[in-house]
Write a protein that binds this ligand. Structure first.
Ligand SMILES: Cc1ncc(COP(=O)(O)O)c(C=O)c1O
Length: 468
């Protein structure tokens, strides 16, 4: 989860000792301009106060020449690392050619090439039939469009979402988000949505969809039939809980049975992060609407898609539009990324192998601390510590050692690793070693017993062997 408070969790000075008291007359080297002029709302820079300059792959440099290993990947917007040379060349060639950059939703060659490539590389091989909507450039734009379309098509208002869900910061997306601090920021009642328990919310003690099945079938329940249910396969911001495939299938069947649309928010877990292009592929479900953003451009450029089952594409022309839907630079890098990484299964197979290495490394660390458990799936995985304050302290200690790693969960209780999918095994090992050292610094030396983290695992499916 993005840092919530105004209190820095990381070091308060940069490696040169630049502080908020640095002279305002020397903005080129100090950090004072950020403190002076930038809103209090800024957050990541409080944990990582370096001033960054260049980046390549999984390494960033700051202006003091210090290197950082990246286990954050732009919160999932940099699945192929920083400045991937193939994508960079495509972008530079396009810009140098005088290609049009901004074009609203007008026809352009890059948009044609993106749509053609997306159809041929992603949709057709997966036997998926979706119309592609460009809803505006961010994840929350995609979520807003999905909620709006679901309401329009069904004529119903209510939306169900899950405990600890995160879907974005605009009002509609916030209304289906769990985090109370983010919700309170809305400043008005967030209505027309209710929360239902995510997979394993009751630790297996209650049958998963007991309440929902019952109230939907009972005309006296007083619960309005929802237009849609929106779900993440892995809760990236809400604590890295991962839904089991059978749970997703049961959810999908329940939606079908009751005429409720299923919206799959793949903004964070999509684009290969779980070892398959869409995070729901393993379950075999076909959602009615899919939200994609973050790494769809492949290069960290803003871009979002809303995928819509064709019969649901009932928009009037222009009924949902926006100025920034035709970012041709994003189309260019997105097409290059699809061609580079998704022409066959080799890349995804490599991701699955290295995600297993990451998982093993984290399991080794967790096994040294009572009650610590590994959570998540694929390259969206981390460690939950029983002391909720530990993860933030470990992230801060890791930063001091040159690793960017963040936290997730309502209390930031999970140390969240999200490396680029292109990271090497050696880089992964270095990052895991830094986390081990940072954990030992914060929590003390690990207990000497190997691979016992599974004993303390709150949900064995959180790190399923077949989906690492
Ligand atoms: C699952 C999910 N949905 C939506 C969003 C919102 O995306 P954006 O920050 O681009 O608006 C996020 C952001 O982290 C997310 O993780």
């Amino acid at each position: 989860m993005r840092p919530n408070t105004a209190t820095p969790t990381g070091p308060s000075t940069s490696s040169t000792g630049s502080t908020s008291s640095a002279s305002p007359s020397s903005p080129s080297t100090g950090t004072s301009i950020f403190d002076e002029l930038e809103s209090q709302v800024r957050s990541y820079c409080r944990s990582w106060p370096a001033t960054f300059t260049t980046a390549a792959g999984s390494t960033l440099q700051d202006e003091d020449g210090r290197s950082y290993l990246d286990f954050f990947a732009g919160a999932g917007a940099l699945n192929y690392g920083h400045n991937h040379p193939v994508l960079l060349d495509a972008l530079i060639d396009y810009l140098r050619s005088g290609g049009i950059v901004h074009a609203l939703d007008m026809h352009t060659v890059p948009k044609r090439e993106f749509l053609t490539t997306f159809r041929d590389r992603i949709l057709v091989p997966r036997d998926l039939d979706y119309k592609v909507m460009f809803p505006g450039p961010t994840g929350t734009n995609s979520v807003e469009s999905a909620l709006k379309l679901a309401r329009k098509v069904t004529g119903r208002q209510h939306i169900l979402s899950f405990t600890n869900a995160f879907h974005g910061m605009t009002l509609g997306a916030l209304s289906v988000t769990g985090n109370s601090m983010k919700r309170n920021g809305a400043g008005l009642p967030l209505t027309n949505s209710s929360k239902i328990p995510y997979d394993d919310y009751f630790s297996g003690a209650t049958e998963d969809f007991l309440w929902l099945e019952r109230v939907l079938s009972d005309s006296g329940s007083g619960v309005d039939k929802p237009a849609a249910i929106i779900v993440e396969s892995v809760q990236g911001e809400g604590g890295l809980s991962a839904a089991r495939p059978e749970w997703l299938r049961a959810l999908s069947e329940l939606c079908r049975a009751h005429g409720i649309l299923l919206i799959l928010d793949d903004v964070q877990a999509g684009c290969g992060r779980t070892g398959e292009f869409f995070s729901f592929e393993e379950s075999g479900i076909v959602p009615d609407i899919v939200c994609l953003s973050k790494s769809i451009s492949g290069f960290g450029l803003s871009m979002a898609l809303t995928l819509i089952r064709p019969e649901l594409d009932q928009w009037e022309p222009g009924e949902h539009n926006g100025t920034f839907r035709g970012q041709n630079t994003s189309f260019v890098t997105a097409t290059a990324a699809l061609n580079q990484f998704w022409a066959d299964d080799a890349f995804a197979e490599g991701v699955r192998v290295r995600a297993a290495e990451l998982h093993d490394g984290l399991t080794q660390i967790a096994s040294g601390y009572d009650g610590a458990v590994v959570k998540g799936r694929g390259f969206l995985t981390g460690i939950k510590f029983p002391d909720a304050s530990a993860a933030s302290k470990i992230a801060a200690a890791a930063y001091e050692r040159g690793l960017l790693v963040e936290t997730s969960g309502p209390e930031d209780e999970v140390l969240k690793t999200m490396p680029a999918l292109t990271i090497s095994s050696d880089e992964l090992r270095s990052g895991v070693d830094i986390i081990a050292a940072a954990t030992a610094e914060v929590l003390g030396a690990p207990a000497i017993h190997e691979n016992t983290a599974h004993e303390g695992t709150e949900n064995p499916t959180d790190h399923r062997e077949d989906t690492k």
